[in-house]
Ligand binder design. Structure first.
Ligand code: SF4
Ligand code: SF4
Length: 447
């Protein structure tokens, strides 16, 4: 064992060690929450173009049926999470704080809620083009949070080659345990999902990267790999944040650096979240498209922390109610973990495909918003996993000098918040980088 309790030394340079708090839910099996009355399915739950609705108000839909189609290549289909009636196609609040068009469905209280999906052709008989189309039709996006359409990632560009596939089971954000439970409870589906993917992307080696604070998942997956007769390898990794970021994971597992501005495929690697691979398996075996996911509802201010199986589109209010509500000290609700999660102002936003956790925090845990001057201590520079200089970039952001941030590689910042976490002056570095990046992107798009 090394100093942080991890049994592995494989990792990346820099990063931080926030307290884990995973014991609240790590050993709690996934429970299915009852169906509720109303669902909200935003047409934009993924990177890329919003899906195009195929239904209208008053129309009856069945659980698993396609209700919106992909708008372009970088877009996916959406499906009804319940059997019921469409009540509206209108603007609704999205967890990202924006108003987006959503399909609202009232569940039929008398329906057995069995999935009625159009089964895909057997995957063994598909060619690569059919596979990519099927993944897009399944509505599959990366379930780790970024929501990037899975079929785009699985489309290896011409001239590129994929030698390694890494299933990402790190789940390095404190509090969250949804991926952990997926690996423990859906190990067979995960390993089989990797086998399906390998048929279409014939990589030489397949790995499952897991932080070594999940010994049960490591054991179960090793057993399952043997049982299914595959040569995949479970790689236990040092417990460190942000170990689950793609570039950090590749460094830890393969000891390869993804260069600035490049993608994992530029080092012949594809990374996919473990939940995405389970969802892939479930679609190709005709179980269901992506209409539900595991969400950890946790935090010291939630009465009964739990891991829940939740239909996409369920308002988060119901998850919190199912977990006994919040304690009096509750002051903040985040979707996601404490490092990269997004604070919510209403409980009426729905669970979307990329949401792995609902975190309720008390006053003591919420960062004091008082900020002081940068004291040039250099701590932010020491922890940045991308070797950026958050201190200088923070100063430039405060003066709106966004153009000057580009040569400092601001676009390589993936908003892990490690710099903000260690800053003794409480400077909201990551928030200012988020704004700077979107302004730079906008300006480029206008040009
Ligand atoms: S600058 Fe970006 S990548 Fe570096 S620590 Fe801060 S948020 Fe993370
Ligand atoms: S950690 Fe904060 S105070 Fe220290 S150099 Fe970075 S921005 Fe300045």
């Amino acid at each position: 064992m090394n100093d942080n309790g991890s049994t592995s030394r494989l990792s990346f340079r820099h990063g931080v060690h926030p307290e884990e708090f995973k014991e609240l839910t790590a050993n709690l099996p996934v429970e299915r929450i009852p169906f509720v009355e109303d669902y909200i399915i935003p047409l934009s739950q993924h990177a890329g173009a919003p899906s195009i609705p195929l239904v209208q108000k008053g129309q009856r839909v069945k659980r698993g049926e396609i209700i919106a189609k992909a708008a372009s290549f970088v877009s996916v289909a959406q499906h009804a999470p319940v059997t019921g009636t469409v009540t509206a196609v209108e603007l609704a609040e999205h967890p990202n704080g924006l108003l987006v068009t959503a399909i609202k469905i009232k569940a039929d209280p008398f329906s057995a809620q069995t999935v009625e999906m159009k089964k895909p052709k057997p995957w063994q008989e598909m060619n690569s083009k059919e596979f990519i189309e099927a993944v897009q039709t399944a509505g599959l996006v990366g379930l780790g949070g970024a929501g990037f359409p899975a079929h785009v990632k699985f489309s290896i560009p011409e001239g590129k080659h994929c030698r390694y596939i890494i299933a990402n089971g790190c789940e390095c954000e404190p509090f969250l345990t949804s991926d952990h439970r997926i690996m423990v409870e859906f190990a067979a589906e995960l390993v089989h999902g990797m086998t399906i993917l390998r048929k279409f992307i014939p990589a030489e080696k397949l790995y499952i990267g897991i932080e070594s604070n999940k010994p049960d998942a490591i054991k179960i997956l090793n057993d399952e790999i043997k049982k299914q007769g595959t040569d995949y390898e479970v790689i236990p990794l040092k417990v460190k944040y942000p170990q689950g970021a793609e570039k950090m994971l590749i460094k830890a597992v393969l000891n390869k650096e993804v260069p600035s501005g490049k993608l994992p495929i530029d080092v012949e690697t594809l990374v996919s979240n473990v939940g995405t691979l389970v969802a892939l398996d479930q679609y190709f075996l005709g179980v269901m498209p992506l209409i539900e996911r595991v969400v950890t509802v946790t935090g010291t201010a939630i009465r009964r922390p739990a891991n829940l199986m939740v239909p996409v589109g369920t308002p988060i209010r119901h998850l919190i109610e199912w977990c006994g509500g919040v304690k009096e000290e509750a002051v903040r609700i985040l979707l996601g973990g404490p490092m990269m999660g997004v604070a919510q102002k209403t409980l009426d936003v729905p669970v979307t495909k990329g949401i792995s956790g609902v975190l309720v925090l008390t006053d003591n845990e919420v960062q004091d918003l008082t900020t002081y001057k940068c004291i040039r201590c250099g701590r932010c520079v020491e922890v940045c996993p991308m070797y950026l200089n958050p201190s200088v970039m923070g100063l430039l952001a405060r003066k709106d000098m966004y153009e000057d941030m580009e040569p400092l590689h601001i676009m390589d910042c993936f908003e892990c918040a490690s710099c903000s976490f260690v800053c003794p002056s409480g400077i909201p570095l990551v928030q200012s980088f988020r704004v700077a990046k979107s302004i730079i992107r906008e300006r480029k798009a206008k040009k």
